[in-house]
Design a binder for this molecule. Structure first.
Ligand SMILES: C[S@@+](CC[C@H](N)C(=O)[O-])C[C@H]1O[C@@H](n2cnc3c(N)ncnc32)[C@H](O)[C@@H]1O
Length: 172
């Protein structure tokens, strides 16, 4: 009986997120490395946000390159796993948050997203809103799906780099 409830809890935790975004599938390490070394070379002046951050692999690889890394994740089990795996890394922070309703940190420079194509129009709108709110260019590294109605600055393997420039208030 306990096993049943445990199984039901896991299915529920991993299943309910599909109503709010992509289910958990990790990015390939080689693709993350290529994205952060060649597509958008990270430095210690960068603040990366991963939406949602899964087990935190993207955050740890960003931190290895000197960046500060912030994860927003909806699945509490994955938040705990990511925090545990990143426990020795002071540059990594993971929040239990729904990305769609959470504002980006004010010092963010680049957002990493491994999202489903259904959410691409929403992602484009969110990135544009946040660039305008913060009043500076934000970069978006998209893994997999293309952003809706946007031309990528650069493409490398499965990753694309997009720039979001602030719009004049009132035109966002
Ligand atoms: C495709 S996985 C990507 C995981 C990680 N970013 C990576 O690339 O390895 C998508 C993750 O987003 C989380 N997620 C889905 N919708 C979300 C939302 N609205 N807010 C925060 N996290 C969400 C899922 O639980 C899952 O862990």
């Amino acid at each position: 009986m306990l096993l049943f409830w445990l199984f039901a809890a896991v299915v529920l935790l991993f299943g309910f997120v599909v109503f709010r975004g992509a289910p958990y599938v990790p990015s390939h390490r080689t693709d993350i490395a290529q994205a952060f070394d060649e597509l958008y070379p990270l430095s210690d002046t960068d603040v990366v946000v991963d939406v949602g951050s899964g087990d935190g692999i993207v955050l740890r690889m960003a931190s290895k390159r000197g960046a500060r890394a912030v994860g927003y994740e909806l699945n509490p089990a994955l938040v705990l796993i990511a925090r545990f795996l990143s426990r020795h890394d002071s540059r990594v922070t993971v929040f239990l948050k729904d990305f769609w309703i959470a504002p980006l940190p004010s010092d963010v420079t680049v957002v990493y997203g491994f999202a489903v194509s259904r959410d691409m129009p929403k992602m484009t709108a969110k990135m544009q809103r946040e660039a305008t709110r913060l009043g500076r260019t934000l970069w978006y590294v998209g893994y997999g799906s293309e952003l809706h109605g946007r031309e990528a600055e650069k493409t490398l393997g499965a990753s694309r780099l997009y720039a979001f420039k602030p719009l004049q208030q009132g035109k966002a």
